[in-house]
Design a protein around this ligand. Structure first.
Ligand SMILES: Nc1ncnc2c1ncn2[C@@H]1O[C@H](COP(=O)(O)OP(=O)(O)O)[C@@H](O)[C@H]1O
Ligand SMILES: [Mg+2]
Length: 433
């Protein structure tokens, strides 16, 4: 349970799904995580928690549970679970890059170089230890540049360091070999070109957290949430001290431990604030192009694993994308998270995450209230449905040739309550907490 509280609306009607649930009028849920998701599930009308080995209709599990249990779990038609079996194809740093490289190569072969160049949004990356020699070759081609070393399966900035000299890596390799000499397990890393020219605001580096929900891989159906945030470093950026994690790693879990971290002020901007700031500074057109380039990242990265992910109608996945902007306003894909943190850093953050998770449940629709034709549910906009989804309000626009605008509203107004009221008429009000 969280120390934060929310008051708001919720919907409760059930249009016919009870039959699918064997006549039960409630949704039996299992939840393997503490934090905001627990609160959201508890507040949902006619949802009841099952403990231990009880039968469930809906499971919000952690990836550890998935690994151990998914293959032995029989799931009825109506059952839903919050991960795809091999989610790590996109969410482990080495596999994400491997899949993107393969996808890009295929595009080049099948469509051409111009199309393949649309995947130039991830920094040059090598998997270690397997690609060590390739990495050294590339490293030697541009002496003096900065690289970042990251463990493939850790998060929150753990185990990450920056380096400029190969001798640092050689030493680090030796130390690791010594540490791991008695262990059968070799920890995998990626070595990635460091973005040396991040876009700065008030001299500080930040990255973006964006939420994308996939409800099916075949056909690909993906939703983009309107809210998200920018996570700022608390220290002014410079390339002269590459050992300072507070300056270079924007993870909230890192910044929270900075000596001058102010919990009142936090280190986040909501996506709307960032979009307004950038628009005021660079003009609408430039920023619309930037956000379109981000849409391109979401879709292409999902397409790169579309044939690899084991599609399963029981599964959905809420991804947390990490995107970094450089000084030329080019967005870079840093990583995709399978279990984006739901731990709130403030009341405002709690509210955002609560609404995000509530809308995730609205899209997953255990209650059977949707028709399947919706382009919008709460704060989610459908951006891909076996092909691009276009905005209803955009009409035809000219941009060289005729084109439409994608149905995405990242950082735009999130009037979800009005939308949900409209969608789920009649919409009973929840009593205030
Ligand atoms: N190639 C890069 N260039 C610049 N900054 C990076 C790069 N990779 C990571 N970072 C910074 O380090 C942080 C943590 O990296 P990330 O790959 O997201 O690992 P983690 O799983 O630990 O969050 C990012 O949020 C970003 O601020
Ligand atoms: Mg990250």
């Amino acid at each position: 349970m969280s120390k934060y509280k929310i008051s708001g609306n919720k919907a409760s009607s059930d249009n016919g799904k009870t039959e699918e649930r064997g006549g039960r009028s409630c949704v039996r849920y299992k939840c393997g995580l503490l934090s905001t998701i627990q609160d959201v599930l508890q507040q949902r009308t006619n949802w009841v928690e099952v403990k231990d080995d009880g039968e469930w209709d809906f499971n919000w599990c952690d990836v550890g549970w998935l690994r151990e249990n998914f293959d032995h779990t029989y799931m009825e038609e109506h059952v839903r679970i919050n991960h795809f079996r091999n989610h790590y194809e996109l969410t482990r740093k080495n596999l994400m890059v491997k899949n993107l490289k393969r996808y890009q190569k295929n595009l080049e072969k099948e469509v051409g170089r111009a199309e393949a160049s649309k995947c130039d949004f991830f920094p040059c990356t090598f998997a270690l230890p397997s690609e060590y020699h390739l990495f050294v070759e590339e490293f030697n081609r541009s002496p003096g540049s900065i690289w970042i070393m990251k463990p493939v399966a850790k998060s929150q900035g753990k185990g990450i360091f920056l380096f400029r000299k190969l001798k640092d890596v050689i030493e680090w390799k030796k130390e690791r070999a010594e540490e791991q000499k008695d262990s059968a397990h070799v920890e995998n890393y990626v070595s990635q070109r460091y973005i040396e020219n991040p876009y700065l605001i008030n001299g500080r580096k930040f990255d973006l957290r964006v939420y994308v929900l996939v409800t099916s891989y075949v056909p690909l159906k993906a939703w983009l949430y309107r809210d998200g945030f920018a996570r700022f470093s608390s220290t002014r950026f410079s390339l002269s001290s590459i050992d300072d994690k507070y300056m270079h790693l924007t993870n909230v879990s890192v910044q929270k431990t900075a000596p001058d971290y102010d919990p009142e002020k936090g280190c986040k901007w909501q996506m709307q604030q960032l979009r307004r700031y950038l628009t005021a500074k660079h003009g609408r057109e430039v920023i619309e192009t930037l956000f379109k380039e981000m849409d391109n990242i979401f879709i292409r990265s999902l397409q790169s694993v579309q044939k690899v992910i084991i599609n399963d109608k029981h599964c959905f996945e809420l991804y947390g994308y990490d995107i970094l902007l450089d000084q030329n306003l080019k967005p870079w894909l840093i990583e995709v998270n399978a279990s984006p943190s739901h731990t709130p850093s403030s009341q405002e953050d709690y509210g955002m995450k609560y609404r995000l998770l509530e809308d995730t449940l609205n899209v997953v629709d255990m209650e059977g209230r949707l028709t399947g034709e919706e382009k919008r549910v709460g704060g989610y906009d459908l951006m891909w449905n076996n092909g691009p989804v276009y905005r209803e309000d955009s009409g035809l626009q000219t941009c060289g040739s005729l084109c439409f605008t994608a149905n995405t509203y990242l950082g735009c107004v999130n009037d979800r309550e009005k939308q949900l009221r409209h969608l789920f008429k009649p919409f009973p009000f929840q009593k205030k907490l």
